[in-house]
Design a protein around this ligand. Structure first.
Ligand SMILES: [Ca+2]
Ligand SMILES: [Ca+2]
Ligand SMILES: [Ca+2]
Length: 192
């Protein structure tokens, strides 16, 4: 059914995406960051606007991926930190299998925050997901194409710190010293 409200919304979106269109074939650059998210300790970067695939390739060189939104808290942090007025690329995509969305990082958090009517694979070319600006739609998501129509979208990179192995030897050493100290104290008591 034709919905005037939806049609208006779609044309508004097109104007927003094409607003200050400046197509660049250069690689993106970091324009903000590193910023640490206090909620999870992960490091984030904001990239200059580019296609999703160019942004993801560049994310790999930073040791990360386009951001995986694990929960509502991370969505809120990302949109309020980087997306006050910007459209942001996130790691979600269905480039491999149409309709099966996966995260660039390979994580499977299960959280989604689609805008009304999305994902809609408009024109059969929308395989890459961006987050709407905070001021526009409070960080809901839309599937979009890889930069032909969907321009002026800024990649957000998330770098998860490598897991630090438990320093078992240090713990053993610590226990050993504590044990030795206890024995020394006992011995002192006996000789006192
Ligand atoms: Ca994440
Ligand atoms: Ca799609
Ligand atoms: Ca869409």
């Amino acid at each position: 059914m034709y919905s005037p409200r939806k049609a208006l919304f779609s044309s508004m979106m097109l104007v927003l995406y094409l607003g200050t269109a400046a197509v660049s074939n250069a690689d993106p650059v970091v324009i903000e960051g590193p910023v640490v998210n206090p909620n999870n300790g992960h490091t984030y970067y904001l990239l200059s606007s580019d296609s999703w695939t160019a942004s993801q390739s560049f994310a790999l060189t930073l040791g990360g991926n386009l951001v995986t939104i694990n929960d509502a808290l991370e969505n809120q942090w990302v949109v309020s930190t980087f997306g006050q007025t910007r459209f942001l690329w996130i790691g979600l995509n269905d480039a491999q299998i149409e309709g099966t969305f996966v995260w660039a990082s390979g994580e499977t958090p299960g959280y989604t925050n689609w805008a009304d009517g999305e994902p809609n694979d408009l024109g059969g070319t929308e395989d890459y997901v961006n987050m709407f600006p905070l001021t526009f739609s409070t960080g809901t998501w839309n599937d979009c194409d890889n930069g032909a129509i969907c321009q002026n979208i800024f990649g957000v990179v998330e770098v998860t710190p490598a897991a630090v192995p438990e320093p078992a030897t240090m713990i053993l050493l610590g226990t050993g010293i504590a044990g030795l100290a206890a024995r020394v104290r006992k011995r002192r008591k006996r000789t006192a």
